[in-house]
Write a protein that binds this ligand. Structure first.
Ligand code: FAD
Length: 287
């Protein structure tokens, strides 16, 4: 079957093409789309490439807001000195994706739009309270990153919407963030469990905290009521243990080739504990 390959030059034009052609599909880096086409899982009649649209490949910063174009590759994020300094857990999560060949082609927008539960960046962005901006013929819409993935390979995006950029704020001087990825099969594998943790401290007292666990359910798991329990006190060992236990109990993990539900429950506890301990000890982006 012949596939039409179209290269619109604006977001609005791309959106119009998606509406015009029922069997159309957006393609950015192609690491997921091309693989699915090769496996016969996806048979698009029209591919709408984002390659010729200006402005999707830049990283910019003003004051404490960082804007990452959707076509910025995961390798560019992993190696950007700006991002390593201002949002190190995101850079680290991107560095841990697959291998360098994948990261060189894979884009942040494509990673988010794919809606794959076993991904790294969506977990971190949900914990950083990032915003995903989507464009279409109708204009722009802002979606909280934590609300983007709605189910297995399902997102809050409409069929004709294109992610144009991701907005994330810089960590404040009294704020630390880590991302821990646990792989159970090979170093290049997708996560069995991914944990993003971020905390803001005043004299070691927790002012703000987020904990997000990814790759264990259809979408990243974050429990506001559990996070709230840590506010106003130091992040001591018993508090960390209680938070790790609450996440482990609260999540009903899925089973796949990377681990059973039983195993994942235990790994959630271990990695939430390690992530929170990492926040207290050095606050570096974890491995
Ligand atoms: C060998 C391998 C290992 C991997 N390991 C990991 C891993 O460890 N962790 C991890 O997180 N991921 C992993 N991935 C997944 C990889 O990160 C994604 O495939 C990639 O980020 C998708 O980006 P892309 O630009 O290639 O998207 P594409 O393949 O071009 O598109 C992916 C999906 O998003 C849609 N899309 C793309 N861009 C946009 C946009 N701007 N707006 C709206 N829709 C859009 C497409 O229509 C398609 O549905 C791995 C992939 C491979 C092949």
């Amino acid at each position: 079957m012949d596939i039409d390959y179209l290269e619109p030059t604006t977001v609005s034009e791309a959106s119009e093409l998606l509406n015009l052609h029922e069997g159309s599909k957006v393609v950015a880096g192609g690491t997921a789309v091309v693989l699915m086409m090769q496996q016969g899982l996806l048979l698009p009649e029209v591919l709408v490439s984002l390659r010729s649209i200006d402005g999707l490949s830049n990283v910019t910063a003003s004051d404490d807001l960082i804007t990452i174009g959707s076509a910025v590759t995961l390798q560019e994020i992993a190696t950007s000195s700006l991002l390593l300094e201002r949002t190190p857990s995101l850079a680290r999560a991107c560095e841990l994706v697959g291998n360098v060949r994948v990261r060189n082609a894979a884009t942040l927008g494509g990673n988010l739009a794919e809606g794959d539960y076993a991904s790294d960046p969506p977990t971190v962005l949900a914990g950083l309270d990032a915003t995903v901006v989507a464009g279409s013929e109708r204009g722009e819409r802002r979606i909280a990153a934590r609300d983007l993935v709605t189910g297995f390979y399902e997102t809050a995006l409409e069929r004709d919407e294109i992610i144009t950029r991701i907005e994330v704020r810089s960590l404040e001087p009294n704020e630390r963030a880590v991302y821990l990825k646990y792989v159970s099969r090979s170093s290049e594998d997708r996560p069995c469990v991914g944990v993003a943790a971020r905390a803001k401290f005043s004299d070691e007292i927790v002012d703000d905290l987020s904990i997000v666990v990814g790759a264990v359910a259809s979408s990243p798991q974050r429990f506001d009521d559990v996070e709230d329990q840590a506010f106003g006190a130091p992040l001591e060992a018993d508090v960390i243990e209680s938070l790790a236990g609450a996440y482990s109990r609260g999540i009903s993990p899925l089973e796949d080739a990377r681990g059973s539900a039983w195993y994942r429950k235990r790994m959630i506890r271990v990695f939430v504990r390690r992530a929170l301990t990492g926040l207290v000890s050095n606050g570096a982006a974890g491995s």
